[in-house]
Design a protein around this ligand. Structure first.
Ligand code: R5P
Length: 295
C-alpha cells in the first residue's frame, strides 16, 4: 500500500507510512488565480493507495482537496482508501429541523463518487450513519490511547460523560484508568445553549474529574459539565476530547469554567491542549481493513 498525505494530514501520514512500512508521497495543492484549488498526485507504482486527510477547518477546502486527489487516482484505476482522522459534517446525520440537509450522507456520497472504496476514520460522532457509505469502513476508537495517557496526569480520577452519547467512551476510558465513571444528560436548545437535564450520581468529592467527549467544538458542553462537577465537590476538572475542533473562544470558555487541563488527540492540530498521537491506532485500523478486503 502507498500512503498519500494531504495538506491536512497533521503528520499522521508520516507515522502511518512508517508503521506500515509503506512508501509515502504528498498531494500537491495549488490555487488558480480565482481561488479554486488544483490538486496533483505523484506517479505511484502501487494500485492500493490510502489518502490521509483530516477535514478540520477550513473543512470545505480540506474535503475538496481529498475528493480531487481521490478522483485523480480513480482516473488511474487505483483502489483508494480515504483515511480521515476527523470527519467533518458528520454531526448532521439527520434533519433535526425540516428542510435541513443530512450533510454526512452528502459527504459519503461525494467520497464514493470520487472513487473512494473504503474509509478509515476516528471516533465518528455516530458510527451507524456511516453505513450509508456502502463500502468497507474501519473505525478507530482513540479513547483507549487517550485515557492511557490522561491516566498518567491525574491522581484521583473520575470519568464523566457529558451526555448519553459519550457514555460508551467514558466506560472504555474508565476501564483503562481503573476508576469510576458517571454521566449526565444534556439539553441543547435551538440557539445552541446547553443545560444539564439529568445527572446520574457518582461521588465527585475530592476527585480529579475528567470529562470525555468525542468532539469539543464551542466548548458549551464541557463548560456546563465542568460547572456541575465543581458544584458536586470535584477537586479539579479536566477535559479530554478526541477531536478538538475548538471553535471561536472555546479554550477561554473552558478556562473560565475552571477546566485545568485540556487533553486531546492529533486528529486536529491544537496548540492550546496536551496532545497524544493516535497514528498507531489508525495504522492498526488500516491493517485490519486491508485484511478484511483481502489485499
Ligand atoms: C454532541 O453530541 C457531541 O458529543 C459533543 O458533545 C458536542 O459536539 C460538543 O459540542 P460543543 O463543544 O459545541 O458543546
Amino acid at each position: 500500500m502507498f500512503i498519500l498525505g494531504g495538506t491536512a494530514s497533521n503528520g499522521i501520514d508520516i507515522h502511518i507510512a512508517r508503521s506500515l512500512g509503506a512508501d509515502l508521497g504528498k498531494v500537491e495543492t495549488t490555487k488558480f488565480p480565482d481561488g479554486e484549488i488544483k490538486v496533483r498526485v505523484p506517479e505511484i507504482n502501487d494500485n492500493r493507495i490510502a489518502i490521509v486527510q483530516s477535514t478540520y477547518y477550513p473543512q470545505e477546502k480540506n474535503l475538496f482537496e481529498l475528493l480531487l486527489a481521490a478522483y485523480a487516482l480513480k482516473e488511474k484505476n487505483a483502489q483508494v482508501t480515504a483515511v480521515i482522522p476527523y470527519l467533518a459534517y458528520a454531526r448532521q446525520n439527520r434533519s433535526f429541523y425540516p428542510g435541513e440537509a443530512t450533510s454526512v450522507n452528502l459527504v459519503l456520497d461525494m467520497l464514493r463518487c470520487a472513487g473512494v472504496s473504503s474509509l478509515v476514520t476516528v471516533n465518528p460522532h455516530r458510527s451507524g450513519p456511516l453505513m450509508y457509505f456502502g463500502g468497507k469502513i474501519g473505525i478507530t476508537n482513540a479513547e483507549i490511547t487517550l485515557a492511557g495517557w490522561v491516566k498518567e496526569h491525574l491522581s484521583s480520577p473520575l470519568v464523566l460523560a457529558p451526555d448519553k452519547g459519550s457514555l460508551d467512551m467514558a466506560k472504555g476510558a474508565s476501564s483503562v484508568m481503573k476508576c469510576d465513571y458517571t454521566y449526565i444528560e444534556k439539553h441543547r436548545d435551538t440557539y445552541g445553549t446547553v443545560s444539564i437535564e439529568k445527572a446520574h450520581g457518582g461521588d465527585f468529592r475530592g476527585k480529579d474529574v475528567v470529562i470525555f467527549d468525542d468532539i469539543i467544538s464551542t466548548g458549551s458542553t464541557i463548560e456546563q459539565a465542568t460547572r456541575y462537577a465543581y458544584s458536586e465537590g470535584a477537586a479539579t476538572v479536566s477535559a479530554a476530547g478526541i477531536h478538538l475542533v475548538m471553535a471561536g473562544g472555546a479554550v477561554e470558555k473552558l478556562k473560565n469554567a475552571g477546566v485545568q487541563r485540556i487533553f486531546g488527540t492529533n486528529t486536529i492540530p491544537c496548540e492550546k491542549a496536551e496532545i497524544v498521537d493516535v497514528s498507531e491506532d489508525i495504522a492498526e485500523s488500516i491493517r485490519k481493513l486491508s485484511r478484511e478486503i483481502g489485499s
